[in-house]
Design a protein around this ligand. Sequence first.
Ligand code: 13P
Ligand code: SF4
Length: 307
Amino acid sequence: MSPLQEQILALKKQKNAVILAHNYQVKEIQEIADYVGDSLGLSYQAQASQADIILFCGVHFMAETAKIVNPGKKVLLPDMEAGCSLADSCDAGELAAYKALHPNIYVMAYINCTAEVKALSDVIVTSGNAERMVRHVPPDREILFVPDQNLGEWVTERTGRKMRLWQGNCYVHIEFTHASLTKIRSEHPNIPLVAHPECTRAVRMLADEVCSTEKMISYCRDHPSHSFIIATESGMLNRLRKELPDKEFIPGPTDRCACADCRYMKMNTLEKVYDALRDEKPELIMAPELREKALVPLQRMLDWSRN
Ligand code: 13P
Ligand code: SF4
């Protein structure tokens, strides 16, 4: 542990705070977190937290989700500018206009969206439970999946359920290409390729497994192979190497490099984490009416996910 990490841990104890970190955070932040996981695991952790402060090391929609499910807590995000290209691609006004034109549409929203979009949705899903959630939707309702066209397309492939797809994407995951992954596979033959469903179909078709970041851990743990190629954001490699130190993880390259960094996830640094805990800001503030509306589809997901 570095001196700064130790100071953060001391401050955390003094303030009765909990640090929740997404799998895409840098190694130094993952090391000081109470819990590191995917969006689904983080939502459950946020809801169950008894701490006074939830310091969320992730991006804005994740901190918002924590506030929605546990409003009595002070929720801090080290950098309020840490957004998400997927959340940006679905504007609540546009979604409201779409719903006005299609009043019977069932809106299934990937958790990577704003609270305003959540408030307009019927159910929220994550990459870890989307398949299961679709099976709960009445068969006579047409589904609009927002905002990730790739994840929505993957859910249709897995379930056979046709959906209208909002045309959004994750700028990090669409950088992996069929050519870049075919090339690395030829350099490492017979090594499984594990990809996140936010990747394009051309990439998913090459993969041995397509799953959420958390499921990548159990897949690699249970698989007899020693080595794996991983097509997702670079922070995931930290988590995999920590959980499975005897296995080898090769970052899936894009056409340009082998560094699939999400610029938003990487806005969080140890220095900002320390400052946020010390000053108890920036704090995530949300209007109660918005929070209550956004909670309905989120709680539906948390309930359905347990069964
Ligand atoms: P999961 O960790 O839920 O798989 O999500 C990946 C992601 O892109 C979060 O921003
Ligand atoms: Fe959003 Fe993609 Fe970054 Fe995840 S990796 S926070 S989906 S931009």
